[in-house]
Design a protein around this ligand. Structure first.
Ligand code: FES
Ligand code: FE2
Length: 338
């Protein structure tokens, strides 16, 4: 006899009301633990890892069929579009005839048609135009630029595990500013600033492990933190791990609701601004997946919470870019090491 089906227990939203929050100025200072050398060492290790010369050029959803996307990665102008099968196609952004900006050209039935004289590109080599390797992983668009990168290892994809499991809740957020790629990473490798600099987003942040505490093969920072949703409402996230691999800073949620989720931060160098200052595009991708019941309920509630989370995320982005810009300016002027 088949056992009686168990009635599903009602879901539980992983939100907590935080009672008697500690005022901002009375939380524990973190500057003694946030040792500059520790951040610099983590950054050095991250930069020494192979990136495979892959760069994120945008979010998958930012490139619908029939549109062209133009991005200048460092000094390389790239155009991207989708062919008739929806596959990502990329290559030099200048038309091989007389150099028209292909980002402004229309896409007709998966073919990019130059708007100056009608040269048509279907994504295969043509008239001296050579495509770049590219792929769309479902969240982000990637291009491989071997002329730009120093990484000898090709075909190393820098994204971590997490794609394609279950039915992840995906989101990506692009932002850009006058910071270098290096200082944008350095910002992410300083988890101690979270509750001080972003009190509107984080609360009760404790760094529980650093690379200095771990064997040489373990590069992660472990952090306990709660994400502020509104007022006293928080989503506790015990045990996220920050690590950096080949150009990408990754946060894994390892415990609690949302365990198995991944937050990636990708920094793509852009062409310098008119004053010669570096510019960096920072793209964050959230690939949220968990079998836990509370998490499923949280996903169901996401439409309600999303506007609040988006508002604080926008501010978080601006502040983190300001942090990275400030560190770049001080380093560039030689007034501050690091
Ligand atoms: S510049 Fe593109 S066809 Fe002439
Ligand atoms: Fe930050």
């Amino acid at each position: 006899m088949r056992p009686a089906a168990r009635r599903p227990r009602s879901g539980r939203l992983p939100l907590r009301v935080r009672r008697a929050p500690v005022p901002w100025e009375r939380q524990a200072p973190t500057w003694r633990d946030a040792k500059p050398w520790l951040i610099t060492e983590a950054l050095k290790r991250a930069r020494s890892r192979p990136s495979g010369n892959w760069y994120v050029i945008g979010a998958s959803r930012a490139l619908p069929p029939g549109k062209a996307l133009g991005v200048t990665v460092g000094s390389t102008e790239v155009v991207a579009w989708r062919d008739g099968a929806g596959k990502l196609r990329t290559g030099p952004g200048a038309c091989p005839h007389l150099g028209a900006p292909l980002r402004d050209s229309p896409v007709r039935c998966g073919t990019l048609v130059c708007h100056w004289h009608g040269l048509a590109l279907d994504g295969r080599p043509f008239a001296g135009w050579e495509p770049y390797p590219a792929f769309d992983d479902g969240v982000l668009l990637w291009v491989r630029l071997d002329a730009m990168g120093a990484s000898p290892l090709r075909n190393v994809r820098t994204y971590p595990a997490g794609r394609g499991r279950g039915t992840p809740w995906r989101r990506s957020t692009p932002a850009w500013g006058a910071a270098s790629r290096k200082t944008s990473w350095a910002n992410r490798l300083d988890p101690w600033h979270g509750a001080w600099f972003h009190p509107y987003s984080f609360v009760d942040l404790t760094v529980t492990g650093t690379p200095a505490d771990s064997p040489a093969d373990d590069d992660g920072f472990t952090v306990d933190v709660s994400f502020k949703v509104a007022g006293g409402l928080v989503v506790p996230r015990p045990g996220p791990v920050h690590g950096a691999r080949g150009g990408t800073v990754v946060m894994h949620i390892v415990e609690g609701e949302g365990a198995g989720s991944v937050v990636e931060t990708h920094a793509t160098p852009l062409a310098p601004d008119e004053r010669g200052k570096p510019r960096t595009a920072v793209t964050e991708a959230l690939v949220a997946a968990s079998d836990r019941r509370g998490f499923a309920v949280a996903r169901a509630a996401a439409p309600l919470l999303r506007p609040l989370m988006r508002a604080s995320a926008g501010r978080l982005w601006r502040d983190d870019l300001a942090y990275a810009e400030r560190r770049w300016e001080l380093r560039d002027s030689g007034t501050f090491p690091g």
